[in-house]
Design a protein around this ligand. Structure first.
Ligand code: F6R
Length: 237
């Protein structure tokens, strides 16, 4: 099933996305959520927090695995993805922090770390619902355009386009980490359900990814092959 939902505002995008997540959490309280950072998921996380506070949406048994983490940023760095997740979701719902997982970008041995993370996702039984944003170059997670779709978690150099896009969160472009650890396309595609959220600035790459040829040069194009994909597109920023 593929569903493409267009809405006017990011708030609406967040509400519709959070409704999907809430339904899945109620169906399977210990499910594994695949989570993303960045601007696009913020309204969805805000709505999940509201649902927890006002409607008692229960996260006590939920497990989460994030898509990615920068290499070289400690967890307490404000721009680390761990800090982002705590700030926008984990600190405001009744989730056990021990059940929330991100790659460790400070690991001494990065190749050990990607293997650990890859194995961890497998040992959780894979991902039930995966939340995705899309990069301006069509990346998902930090799976950048390349000659083939990635098959395991890996350490990747970020493209200049991604560094530029993410520089808005740092005081200086030079501070943006040059590498990240990312979950791979295979694990993303094995998620039982995928929800992709995107705003107006992604309209053209989204069209290419969903309507153009399937190519690892536009990693998100592989989503055309997923059996349960919902895309929520906000016409507003
Ligand atoms: C974030 C991630 C990235 C973002 C993408 C879009 O964890 O994996 O693929 O989803 O770069 O970012 P925003 O939403 O900030 O435009």
């Amino acid at each position: 099933m593929h569903e493409f939902i267009t809405v006017k505002t990011t708030e609406e995008m967040g509400r519709i996305g959070a409704d999907i997540f809430a339904l899945e959490i109620k169906k399977k309280p210990d499910l594994v959520l695949g989570l993303a950072t960045g601007s696009s998921p913020i309204s969805l996380y805000r709505e999940l927090v509201r649902m927890h506070k006002e409607d008692r949406l229960d996260f006590s048994r939920v497990r989460t695995v994030n898509l990615d983490e920068y290499v070289g940023l400690p967890a307490n760095h404000p721009q680390s993805y761990r800090a982002f997740m705590n700030e926008y979701l984990f600190d405001h719902v009744n989730i056990e922090l021990a059940n929330t997982h991100l790659p460790n970008g400070m690991a001494e041995d990065l190749s050990e770390e990607w293997k650990r993370y890859d194995g961890l996702v497998n040992s959780l039984g894979g991902i039930d619902v995966q939340l995705l944003g899309i990069g301006p170059n069509g990346h998902i997670g930090f799976n950048e355009p390349s000659d083939q779709f990635s098959k395991h978690t890996q350490v990747v150099p970020l493209t200049q386009e991604t560094i530029d896009a993410n520089a808005r969160f740092f005081s200086d472009e030079a501070e943006v980490p040059r590498e990240a650890i990312t979950l791979d396309v295979r694990h993303i595609m094995q998620a039982k359900k995928i929800v992709l959220v995107a705003t107006r600035n992604k309209e053209s790459i989204l069209r290419k990814a969903l309507q153009g040829p399937i190519t690892s040069q536009i990693p998100a194009s592989v989503l055309q092959l997923h059996q349960d994909l919902t895309v929520i597109f906000s016409e507003g920023e």
